[in-house]
Design a protein around this ligand. Structure first.
Ligand SMILES: O=C(O)C(=O)C[C@]1(C(=O)O)C=C[C@@H](O)C=C1
Length: 427
């Protein structure tokens, strides 16, 4: 797997998306793309567009915004190629995604004029080669990067500073897939990603289980006794809570965006009183020494990641599949019991159930006549079950669930990660 840093890619993904978010400053917390079912109370507008459009046209993300992003991408490619030409490249007119990028437009015959870029031109594009571009949250050396490599072994991994940016990178065709953590065997669910799955329109197309083997990292020559602070991702700090105490460290714990980012921060700020909890690969990448290995409180520490794409995959029955759904109801507590029994009666095992408060975010429901109404629900329920949507049992179960619930969405039906994993070092 290749790791693509913003500078080496020539496209600074973070700043590209930040510029976009900044230019949409009216409502900065809104994602660029909003979900079809979401009612945006703040803007008193109903979003009825597809993933890339927003018919309400509010600052959150219009088609024009999306097109301007494509234009930024395209112009970056043109300028890169022009620079290459200036520094000794061929003097010919260069082609970008099959389009002529002429330096002197006046000299180009009319039928050779550049054609507008289309969605197909942008993905997969020659500028990225044939490699799948996979967005993950964190910097190189993060466990999410390792998960991206496990999910798509030859991928070009694209670091993103936030989970939301990874979602947007796929929606804006900057990446082909995102690989994001949803649950850890010690720390539990990563709630943010559950909320984002609902707000965005991406589909779960796979899952990977990654054994997470944490190390305590510090600058070369630093000893444990010198430490008064340990920094890492909040999940990693939680996963090592007991071991840090057992190691006799009298340290404060501080949360940062990701494990490898913590390692990088120590190295770049030359911090001799601070250690990071991160992977052995992060130690290699940022020139830190490993003070202690395997410091997670449970040797079989594993994080489950989901793979996300713009399009769903076709469910099959020739191998074990899992299906993830989210639903909401407003008819009292017995509904949850009925929903769960729809699976129990058909011998379908549930592997996960998660509830998320949802009171302040109305959902837009569309009826058969395509009339939309905004509705408030107390909770959203996320359920994973072991069956494919191609399996008639799953179809019948969901037909029944639909009768009991007011909102139901299939997040994806995808092959289960059956690879055996052991609590040994992965990285
Ligand atoms: O910080 C990282 O390295 C990550 O990839 C994030 C993350 C997480 O969000 O849970 C992933 C796996 C580990 O459980 C710890 C942290």
């Amino acid at each position: 797997m290749q790791s693509l840093t913003p500078s080496s890619s020539g496209i600074n993904l973070k700043s590209l998306i930040r510029t976009k978010i900044r230019s949409n400053r009216v409502n900065p917390i809104q994602p660029v793309i909003t979900c079809v079912y979401r009612f945006d109370a703040a803007n008193a507008a109903v979003n009825t567009g597809t993933a890339n459009t927003n018919s309400a046209g509010h600052a959150g993300g219009s088609r024009a915004d999306w097109q301007s992003s494509c234009a930024i991408l395209a112009s970056k490619v043109v300028s890169q190629q022009q620079n290459a030409e200036k520094s000794g490249g061929a003097g010919n007119i260069t082609a970008v995604n099959g389009h002529k990028a002429a330096i002197d437009l006046d000299l180009v015959p009319i039928d050779n004029q550049p054609k507008p870029l289309t969605i197909t031109d942008l993905s997969p594009a020659p500028m990225h080669g044939a490699q799948l571009r996979v967005a993950y949250q964190g910097v190189p050396g993060a466990y999410s990067e390792a998960a991206a490599g496990k999910a798509y072994p030859k991928c070009e991994a694209i670091p993103c500073d936030q989970f939301e940016v990874a979602f947007q990178a796929v929606e804006l065709w900057i990446a082909d897939r995102a690989v994001l953590p949803v649950e850890n065997s010690l720390g539990g669910s990563i709630h943010r990603n559950y909320d984002l799955l609902l707000r965005h329109r991406l589909h779960i197309v796979g899952e990977v289980q990654l054994p997470v083997h944490h190390c305590l990292l510090a600058l070369p020559g630093v000893r444990k006794e010198y430490l008064n602070r340990v920094i890492s991702h909040p999940q990693a700090l939680a996963q090592c809570e007991l071991t840090l105490t057992k190691l006799g460290l009298n340290v404060t714990r501080e949360a940062v965006d990701d494990t490898a980012g913590a390692a990088e921060y120590i190295a770049s700020h030359n911090l001799r009183d601070t250690a990071a909890i991160a992977s052995a690969r992060a130690a290699d990448l940022y020139g830190l020494q490993i003070l202690a290995e395997g410091i997670q409180d449970d040797s079989s520490n594993v994080t489950r990641f989901v793979m996300l794409a713009r399009e769903p995959i076709i469910p099959r029955t020739d191998r074990p599949f899992k299906t993830s759904i989210v639903f909401a109801h407003d008819k009292g507590t017995s509904v949850l019991f009925k929903v769960l029994s729809a699976f129990a009666f058909r011998n379908i095992s549930l592997t996960k159930i998660e509830s998320r408060p949802h009171r302040n975010r109305p959902i837009r429901l569309v009826d058969d006549a395509n009339v939309g109404t905004a509705k408030h629900f107390e909770y959203m329920f996320y359920v994973d079950f072991e069956a494919s949507m191609a399996d008639v049992r799953a179809q019948n179960a969901l037909a029944e669930v639909q009768e009991f619930t007011s909102f139901l969405r299939v997040l994806g039906s995808y092959p289960m990660d059956m690879t055996p994993w052991c609590p040994s070092r992965e990285d």
